[in-house]
Design a protein around this ligand. Sequence first.
Ligand code: A3P
Length: 303
Amino acid sequence: DTYQFYLFENFWCPSIHFQAVNNFKKEFQAKDTDFVVASFPKSGTIWLKAITFSIVNSQQFSSLEDHHPLLSSNPHELVPFFEFIFGGDDIHSQILCLSNMAEPRIFGTHTPFPSLPVSIKESNCKIVYICRNPFDNFVSAWNYFNKIKPTTVSELTLDEAFELYCNGIMEYGPWWSHMLGYWEESIARPDKVLFLKYDHLKEDTNFHVKSVAKFLGCPFTEEEENNGVIENIIKLCSFEKMKDLEVNRSGTYGKGGIEKKNFFPKGESGDWVNYFSPSMTEKLSKIVEEKLSESGLSFKMCS
Ligand code: A3P
């Protein structure tokens, strides 16, 4: 049961998702009302899914605080990954389910922008993308992938994993191409793709929750702002709150049987300093500079 990658359309597609990515690309029909939460793995996907879900459903659930779906379901269940939806045996019944889903539909994906289905690119559906500074992203990925055996290859030392990361070898990587694909699209079509960084979301959650809501076409009214709707969303989606919910503490998610608690290890910016040697810092800084500087995409390091 080894975990391999295929180099597919210039990215490292995990073998277990290969069929799904292909089916998704061929079969998915986007609707103009769809929302897609896209991310590079270990960049805050689950957080952005929770925020997006809460924003989109804020009116429906504002009076139901004790019964909010996020209190009883993991965000990955509320906002399913295309890679999981299209990974089963019976694609056609899945497609039928999708067409019957209540609108607006919200999905998640790790698929790089160029490999998304044409209907996502060409419809008016909206994409919110999140990535994270490569230093924290690497540490988060290393901790995570070493925890979810037996799905992963084999346990990698920090140095081995770092070498792979520097060469862009991680699922859905290279990380720089993944970020740049969505970055460039967000510049070319700012009404199509909203590009977020984990550290920014952490630094000023209020500002970014408002900008996501505006981008998705469901801005908060003055009354909602005055009634603390934004603060409630931030609290509900906070690391402390989500991590402690029973639904996120016990049980597993998906075919791989990933323990849900592994989605909430630390939730901080800047933890990389506890892992990086000076030479690792120098090496990754150089790669970031080399790969990203021309694009204008940069990360302010919190060290
Ligand atoms: P750490 O490994 O640094 O703790 P993803 O959802 O893409 O897999 O990203 C996982 C990272 O997001 C983990 O980082 C996790 O702790 C963090 N995370 C999960 N929920 C969060 C939340 N509500 N707020 C902030 N960070 C969160």
